[in-house]
Design a protein around this ligand. Structure first.
Ligand SMILES: [Zn+2]
Length: 453
């Protein structure tokens, strides 16, 4: 049935919770041995440093006791060292012959060099394609005869690894270069008649307005659905409603950076989070830690923690105890809409965006999303002012752009912002006003913080 999330591979649907756990632990023991044996300069060093042996790690509980082995900075370092020493960028944690890597992709390097976390051997490539194809065919009800309009803010570099899976599902992808601009992109839509759309939240919203200005009713495209990835969107009820009504179709949320934690939301008016359907490619939502102390937290309904990833089936440059920086809220109960029995999550923020205001944890992204509810009274652009490097602060200070025409009502507006944030985030900010269009708007994501130290 369309929109009802099931596990991939299919055999996982016939297992109970305990059986699935045992299955994953079996894969985990094999994968840890593989990573240890094939990465003498990285994973063997990590084990040695913490005084553990691969044989000590038999269960997920054992795995959770290990310290963090890698994060984005250490990954980049590992890649720089392998480039310098061995002439390839796949890191000291590469576990296969680098010549066996047949596909790659990754982040465009907004902070430092580009990295290649999406590197794949033929086996990795086929497995990832199988998972993505299953999702289209079996969960979303898309397949032969469908055409995917494929348009992303970062171009195809960070998302091209999805294309083979779309093709394996029998679907024709139409990757469109974003720099062509909305006018040309829309002409291409008219000419190629895609049946659904893969993109980011900001684009969907931007095009919704743009199309109306061009005299086009977005419903006329007849999209069966829109699939979002890389941004928070479906999780904002107002935005989900606006997009679904605007385009006249369901808006799904997909998550699977570098083929970790692969999840999709289900067919429901209410958003019940990302369902971890590809449940045996990694251990992710079972290994949540406190974003600050990195200590394991209890896995229960509503728990909030940072995801630590350990790959179970990856051959190229697999992760073992990788701190993603992504903080999520966990749901362990059965999905009320589709009955999915695996873990579900809602993205909360990034661990490096977290602030503790008099003991209350709040994320920069959540502050921004809350402020954006007050558009059009504000422009939706702001900065969080940091007066020292510590994330522990006693007063939250925001520099906020008011909208044109609001000059005489700023006191009332500041009160309104404080009220909304107090209700939703349990913090009451101090507002410093700035004129419309006065904050920088870089082409990539604008910074959340303004450092005054
Ligand atoms: Zn569901």
């Amino acid at each position: 049935m369309k929109g009802k999330v099931r596990f991939w591979p299919e055999e996982l649907n016939n297992m109970g919770f305990e059986q699935r756990k045992e299955h994953k632990e079996r894969l985990m023991r094999e994968s840890i041995k593989y990573m240890y044996d094939n990465s003498p300069e990285y994973y063997q060093v990590c084990f040695k440093e913490c005084g553990a042996e691969p044989g000590d790690i038999k269960t997920i509980e054992d795995l959770r006791k290990l310290p963090i082995f890698m994060d984005k900075d250490r990954e980049r370092q590992s890649m720089e060292t392998s480039l310098e020493k061995y002439g390839h960028p796949f890191g000291l944690h590469v576990c296969c012959d680098p010549a066996d890597i047949i596909s790659t992709g990754g982040t465009a390097g907004t902070t430092g060099h580009p990295t290649y976390p999406y590197s794949q051997t033929q086996e990795d490539f086929d497995l990832a394609a199988e998972a993505v194809a299953f999702m289209h065919n079996e969960i979303l009800g898309l397949g032969r005869g469908d055409r995917a309009f494929f348009l992303f803010p970062l171009g195809v570099y960070a998302t091209s690894t999805l294309l083979p899976g779309i093709q394996k599902a029998g679907i024709l992808p139409l990757p469109i270069e974003i720099r062509l601009g909305p006018q040309v992109a829309m002409e291409l839509v008219k000419w190629t008649k895609p049946t659904f759309w893969w993109t980011g939240a900001a684009i969907v919203d931007f095009y919704l307005e743009g199309l109306k200005k061009m005299g086009i009713d977005p419903k006329d495209f007849g999209f069966k659905c829109i699939i979002l990835t890389g941004e928070i969107g479906c999780g904002i009820p107002e935005l989900k409603k606006k997009v679904e009504e605007g385009y006249g179709c369901r808006w799904y949320d997909f998550w699977g950076p570098s083929f970790t934690s692969i999840s999709i939301s289900c067919d429901s008016d209410e958003y019940y989070g990302l369902h971890n359907f590809a449940a045996d490619i990694d251990i992710c939502y079972e290994d949540l830690v406190d974003p600050e102390t990195k200590e394991p937290i209890e896995l229960k309904e509503g728990a909030v923690g940072e995801i630590i990833v350990t790959h179970l089936r990856k051959k190229a440059s697999p992760y073992l105890k990788y701190a993603t920086g992504d903080v999520v809220e966990l749901f362990t109960s059965e999905c009320p809409a589709c009955g999915f029995k695996g873990y579900r999550i809602k993205p909360v923020g990034r661990s490096d965006d977290m602030l503790t205001v008099k003991g209350v944890n709040v994320f920069g992204g959540a502050i921004l999303r809350t402020l954006q509810k007050l558009v059009p009274k504000v422009t939706g652009h702001m900065r969080i002012i940091k007066e020292d490097p510590s994330h522990r602060i006693t007063k939250l200070k925001l520099r906020v752009e008011y909208a044109a025409g609001m000059e005489d009502k700023l006191d009332d507006l500041a009160n309104e912002i404080r009220q909304v944030m107090k209700t939703e985030l349990r913090v009451s900010p101090e507002i410093e006003w700035t004129a419309p269009e006065s904050l920088d708007r870089p082409a990539r994501k604008p910074p959340l913080f303004e450092k005054r130290y």
